[in-house]
Unconditional design. Structure first.
Length: 236
């Protein structure tokens, strides 16, 4: 299923969506350049979220050497930067498609500032959840999956039964249909099984470890739903 549009009239331009899509595409193009030059592995392993590095630094700072807190603070930015890096063409295309289709309406409802706050905070919180769930993982975790999950959760909370214009690919035939928004809660998790298609070569061990961190993304959905449930729409 490929979501196309929700046909909800926008009262304002989704400025934050434009910026987020632009930044993600620009960084992905930079990743392609680094892949060609053979530097992508070093870049991703430096700026991707690696739970084992953070947990070991925290353990060392508490139990052995307080100076290790410098390492902890040095690795904290990876919670943010890792959100803007992607490991495959299918991952970035899927994330940006969901961001556009569902995000532009959410941004119009809650306002630009709140939307950006939701996106960034959800990405950081789901990153922390991944550290807690997989504290010994040594492979970088990258992608905006947790942030996009929050946007989807916020959308479905507000527009549960809104019809989404959808294309259903059947081999070489594409069938246009309309599906209720809540079905995309299930499809969000299913589609990520295909995020390995078009993977970039990221030595030594790739990224995201085959464990797609479903529990962390479920947290993202809940964060988005809770945000939409307890915050008033932005004034216009």
């Amino acid at each position: 299923m490929i979501p196309i549009s929700d046909n909800i009239r926008l009262r304002h331009q989704p400025i934050i969506i434009y910026w987020l899509i632009g930044i993600n595409i620009a960084l992905f193009l930079w990743q392609l350049k680094l892949e060609i030059s053979g530097e992508l592995g070093s870049f991703i392993n430096s700026w991707g979220l690696i739970p084992a590095q953070i947990t070991s630094a925290i353990t060392n700072a508490i139990q052995v050497n307080p100076a290790a807190w410098v390492v902890v603070f040095w690795r904290i930015p990876t919670l943010l930067l890792g959100m803007f890096l992607h490991g495959s063409f299918s991952q970035i295309l899927g994330n940006l498609l969901f961001l556009w289709v569902f995000g532009k309406t959410v941004e119009n409802v809650i306002g630009h500032g709140r939307f950006l706050g939701l996106y960034l905070s959800a990405g950081i919180l789901t990153g922390i959840a991944q550290i807690i769930l997989e504290p010994s993982l040594t492979i970088p975790l990258i992608g905006a999956n947790g942030a996009i999950a929050a946007i989807l959760g916020a959308y479905v909370c507000k527009f549960f039964k809104v019809k989404i214009d959808t294309i259903l690919p059947l081999l070489i035939v594409y069938i246009p249909i309309q599906l209720p928004a809540y079905l995309y809660l299930f499809w969000w998790f299913i589609q990520q099984l295909f995020y390995g298609i078009g993977s970039l070569h990221i030595p030594p061990s790739g990224v995201n470890s085959g464990n797609i961190a479903y529990w962390a993304q479920l947290l993202g959905l809940l964060i988005g739903a809770a945000f939409m449930r307890f915050h008033q729409p932005a004034r216009t």
